[in-house]
Design a binder for this molecule. Structure first.
Ligand code: SF4
Ligand code: SF4
Length: 208
């Protein structure tokens, strides 16, 4: 399963690079727009399987852990959650300006890919996914209504927290009160990391 998911990610990364090299990056934005509708039906599958930033962040996370240069802290100024919306607004303005002035074709997508890698070298992936990424801000807005999503069966959850440890976006949390895990569909990338490690098979992709 893990290998199939990684192959899908690499294929989408290759498609992204191909479109970018051919000067057809707008097609990628069209794909992203469709993915927002898909997020309401299937959850944030774009983030988990399609996003080139996420695909680059995965080996970066592995490297940062190996080099022991990553901190679990989150910069205080990011915690209020507004920054991702500001980055979205700035990105839209830059794209509109680029369109009006053809000589000024600013590479907005490669910029975000580079930033995703640099941030992940220092901070856990959730910092970029949840607090910085402008695309993530939109995916969160649509993903919270996901009809299908990874969800926890409270009867079989034993509160071991293994799922929390492998979640890239802090989408699954074990409550202190009842020691049961819950998936926040707004943050969940549907990556299946949690269901793969759950010892009681309590997590399934399903409707509410
Ligand atoms: S890994 Fe499974 S059993 Fe453990 S806390 Fe998560 S959902 Fe519950
Ligand atoms: S680990 Fe589970 S809860 Fe976290 S993003 Fe992946 S599928 Fe969603």
């Amino acid at each position: 399963m893990k290998y199939i998911i990684n192959i899908i990610r690499i294929l989408f990364l290759a498609l992204f690079l191909l479109l970018f090299i051919k000067g057809k990056a707008m097609l990628w934005f069209a794909l992203f727009a469709v993915s927002l509708i898909a997020a309401v039906l299937f959850g944030r599958v774009y983030c988990g399987y399609v996003c080139p930033m996420n695909t680059l962040m995965l080996p970066t996370q592995w490297l940062a852990k190996k080099l022991k240069i990553q901190t679990k802290k989150t910069p205080k100024w990011l915690k209020n959650g507004y920054f991702a919306w500001i980055t979205l607004l700035v990105s839209i303005v830059i794209m509109l300006v680029s369109k009006k002035a053809p000589g000024m074709n600013l590479p907005i997508l490669p910029f975000w890919m580079l930033l995703a890698v640099l941030v992940t070298l220092r901070y856990t992936p959730a910092v970029f996914h949840n607090l910085i990424c402008p695309f993530g801000a939109l995916q969160r807005t649509f993903g919270r209504f996901a009809i299908l999503s990874e969800r926890v069966n409270k009867d079989t959850c034993i509160g071991c927290k293994l799922c929390e440890g492998v979640c890239p976006s802090k989408a699954i949390i074990v409550a202190a009160e009842d020691k049961k895990a819950t998936v926040n569909a707004a943050l969940c990338h549907q990556c299946t990391n949690c269901s793969q490690v759950c010892p009681t098979n309590a997590i399934h992709y399903k409707t509410k």
